[in-house]
Design a protein. Structure first.
Length: 404
């Protein structure tokens, strides 16, 4: 007998709200409290999963496994009510303190997650002043002592993408690859890294797509051995024959990001192959991404995937790369919920987060060749039950350009 599975016709915001309610049970939280004010200037990155609306005064969104209640100032209520997302929209006129306490008294959650975190910036959306205001409001009640970090919940909510989210990311990736195709056809000898970046900006502007991170260094372009490597603005290094061209670029499409790196070798006169050092490094990067994709299994800690790649590159004689192997990708280009990275101080607890089916990651090992420059690729993948499935094309052969 065939069992038909109906597509979820709810809005993506409603689906994410329902997902949050399910994950509360997995996190041993009775409730999740999101609090914002003047959210146009100080947004909480997680409220945007559900709502494309700004709130002026102190606004609270209390989510439990069975109910979702909003408490907002009177003038913020009409549009919120029309969304139909919340089971109840409560309002206040003069102040929110008594209304917040009454809401908590009625639902009486034993544990309340709030958006504070030392290690995950996207789980740290509650400002210090608003947190103090909440604590002051709850003084003399049992609820102040029930507040705790919601970072575990947010790791799940941001990390595990719904089918609709994965489809949006895949569309962003496809469009980004088309931009890479177009711009790479326009490379010329003498063109500078900054001019290459301008071509990517032109393509993004034509499509009406914001860049996935600051336009100042999206894309990051390195040309040859003298370009600085990192989150840096493209410079004036010119393309010449017998050089490596590397670009790191992404866009935002329908609120979801892509993040890809591509590499080309501009052949010397009369040549159609790259130097051995470049070919070998490129092959090592391809092997490393394949290795990471197979190791990216549900239940594995992020640091373990990263370590496999580090060990592989070191076994080939390459130095250790000075960054994580990969990160989550979603509404933010560096989405929350862990990292495929080493157990370094700067990453906190993020490398210990386990990989989950449905998560979308980048895989971006790198090798720096002193005589040639940066050799790296970045692929976007989704975690399946047997390992990673590629959303991007993954060019396993080094593209050779014959430039004028």
């Amino acid at each position: 007998m065939r069992v038909s599975v109906e597509a979820d016709t709810r809005s993506l915001g409603a689906q994410k709200l329902a997902q949050a309610q399910e994950f509360l049970r997995d996190c041993s939280l009775d409730a999740w409290l999101i609090a914002v004010r003047e959210s146009q200037e100080r947004p909480d990155p997680n409220l945007r999963f559900f709502l494309d609306q700004e709130f002026t005064w102190n606004s609270y969104f209390l989510i439990t496994p069975s109910r979702a209640v909003a408490l907002v100032a009177t003038f913020d209520a009409p549009d919120l009510g029309q969304t139909g997302l919340f089971d109840e929209v409560r309002t206040y006129k003069e102040g929110s303190r008594l209304a917040l306490v009454e809401l908590l008294r009625q639902l009486d959650p034993a544990s309340i997650g709030i958006n504070v975190s030392q290690d995950d910036a996207l789980a740290d959306g509650l400002t210090a002043g608003l947190r103090d205001h909440i604590l002051e409001s709850l003084k003399g009640t049992p609820y102040a002592a029930r507040l705790e970090s919601a970072e575990r919940l947010l790791a799940l909510l941001r990390g595990v993408k719904l089918p609709g989210e994965r489809a949006l990311i895949a569309s962003a990736v496809t469009e980004t690859e088309q931009m890479f195709d177009q711009v790479s056809r326009e490379f010329r000898v003498g063109m500078t890294a900054r001019e290459i970046a301008a071509l990517f900006h032109r393509e993004a502007d034509r499509a009406g797509r914001p860049t996935a991170w600051s336009r100042r260094h999206c894309p990051t372009v390195t040309v040859g051995a003298k370009s600085p490597v990192g989150h840096v603005r493209p410079g004036n290094e010119p393309v010449h024959r017998d050089c490596v061209i590397h670009v790191d670029f992404g866009i935002v499409r329908d609120s979801y990001c892509s993040d890809l790196q591509r590499l080309w070798y501009a052949a010397a006169d009369g040549e159609r192959v790259a130097p051995d050092a470049v070919r070998s490094a490129y092959a090592a990067i391809v092997e490393s991404i394949d290795l990471a994709a197979k190791a990216l299994l549900p239940g594995v800690a992020g640091w373990e995937v990263d370590q496999k790649v580090r060990d592989h590159l070191k076994s080939l004689g390459y130095p250790e790369y000075a960054h994580a192997l990969g990160h989550h990708l979603g509404r933010a280009v560096h989405d929350g919920g862990g990292v495929l990275g080493p157990r370094w101080e700067r990453y906190g607890n993020a490398p210990y987060e386990t990989v989950r089916e449905g998560s979308v990651y980048t895989l971006e090992p790198s090798i720096h060749l002193p005589a040639h420059g940066l050799v790296s690729l970045e692929e976007d993948v989704v975690v399946g039950p047997q390992g990673a499935e590629f959303l991007s094309r993954f060019p396993r052969e080094l593209p050779i350009l014959t430039l004028r």
